[in-house]
Design a protein around this ligand. Structure first.
Ligand SMILES: [Zn+2]
Length: 390
């Protein structure tokens, strides 16, 4: 029954928003090329939270938080998609009666056919995501993921006739296989002999039914991130000449340098600690910065993690960082700096605020004629009282 309801609802909305020709799923697919949903943490709830990806999109509005004010703004501005960094539904909902702001927001969104899509820890875990944007603003060079993730790489070994090797490599690389660090089109191949006996129901590419056949083959090996497995295998099967393709997929324990928590990099020139704090205050528009004791050293190597990042202080120290810039650091966590670096808490919202620009630019560049807006609502729930400024 649920299936019928979804279909009829999507048809209803398809008619309601018939003007721009853009389907929500097209926008989602683009966002997911930047940050695959597979990369979200186990505790997260990124993805489509309300609405239907098959709806036609009347416009998209981007915010850090999909609060009820942002949903109302979307309604006012005729946008039926809210793209937010933080998932409004995070821990699950058992009742939706409107007794708190989360339930109220969901009710308003559903009543008004507003889709909410969240791109959260998956965007934290990629080099061009939340932290990449912060690193851009600080002008960091020589960047690397602070704590790369393991078990995200797979290896494909496929056996192919010698003459079909190049054609197969072309499609495997086009499907996203063969990237190692800053190198692309990486593969290994070795020649050998393959054998098979075609059964009675087959139509073999070479050899005869019922007879063992031996032929020169190449064993090709390429690596790829796990979330590309389906498209890599599909691409391989599409061009491989054999009816039954012989291939193996292995999960690798290697760290994947392109994915993980935090980002380290270097300033072009070392600067004094207080200078760095002033720069942070200017760029991130923060009235005050909480930080651990200054070390007296100049700042050259920096690590960043937008949002709550105290779990990476040890990794930042191990990486030889001079200043670690993050947010949501608790009292006792400031002691973890141990005079080895300066721990700077620039505020959760402040550290992630430019994520809105990041997503806006991505969508605007790809779809220049589509209505994409940045929210005009400041959703930061943290305010600073400064008596002097009053
Ligand atoms: Zn956050």
């Amino acid at each position: 029954m649920t299936g019928f309801k979804i279909v009829s609802e999507s048809v209803f909305n398809f008619n309601k928003h018939k003007n721009k020709g853009m389907i929500i799923n097209e926008l989602i697919k683009l966002l997911e090329t930047l940050a695959a949903p597979y990369l979200q943490e186990d505790y997260d709830n990124a993805g489509l939270i309300t609405g239907n990806a098959a709806w036609e999109c009347s416009g998209a509005i981007i915010s850090l938080d999909a609060t009820e004010d942002v949903i109302k703004e979307a309604i006012e501005k005729n946008c039926n998609l809210v793209i937010a960094h933080h998932p409004i539904v995070f821990k699950g909902l058992k009742k939706i009666t409107g007794k708190n702001y989360v339930e109220q927001t969901i009710i308003t969104a559903i009543k008004n056919d507003i889709a909410i899509y969240a791109i959260h820890t998956n965007l934290d875990n990629v080099p061009d995501g939340v932290n990449g944007k912060i690193a851009d603003l600080l002008g960091l060079v020589n960047r690397s993921i602070l704590v790369p993730k393991a078990n995200l790489l797979q290896k494909l070994a496929v056996y192919v006739p010698v003459n079909d090797k190049e054609k197969l490599l072309d499609v495997l690389f086009a499907a996203g296989a063969g990237n190692i660090g800053h190198y692309s089109e990486c593969s290994f191949s070795a020649e050998g002999m393959g054998s098979f006996k075609a059964g009675p129901e087959t139509n073999p590419f070479v050899g005869n039914v019922g007879q063992r056949h031996q032929d020169a083959e190449v064993k090709l090996e390429v690596i790829f991130p796990v979330w590309l497995q389906n498209q890599v295998v599909k691409a391989m099967k599409a061009v491989h000449p054999y009816e039954e393709v012989a291939y193996d997929i292995y999960t690798l324990a290697n760290q994947y340098q392109h994915t993980g928590s935090g980002l380290a990099g270097e300033l072009k020139e070392a600067i004094p600690e207080t200078e760095m704090l002033k720069i942070l205050q200017t760029i991130f528009k923060i009235p005050v910065i909480k930080h651990s004791p200054l070390t007296g050293k100049s700042i050259k190597k920096v690590a960043v993690c937008g949002g709550a990042g105290s779990f990476l202080t040890g990794a930042a120290i191990a990486a030889g960082v001079d200043m670690y810039i993050t947010a949501d650091i608790k009292y006792h966590e400031f002691f973890d700096a141990e005079a080895k670096l300066v721990l700077a808490d620039i505020g959760h919202y402040e550290s992630e605020q430019f994520t809105i620009d990041l997503l806006f630019d991505l969508l605007r560049n790809k779809f220049p004629n589509f209505a994409v807006l940045k929210t005009g609502v400041n959703t930061n729930p943290v305010h600073y009282f400064n008596r002097i400024a009053q």
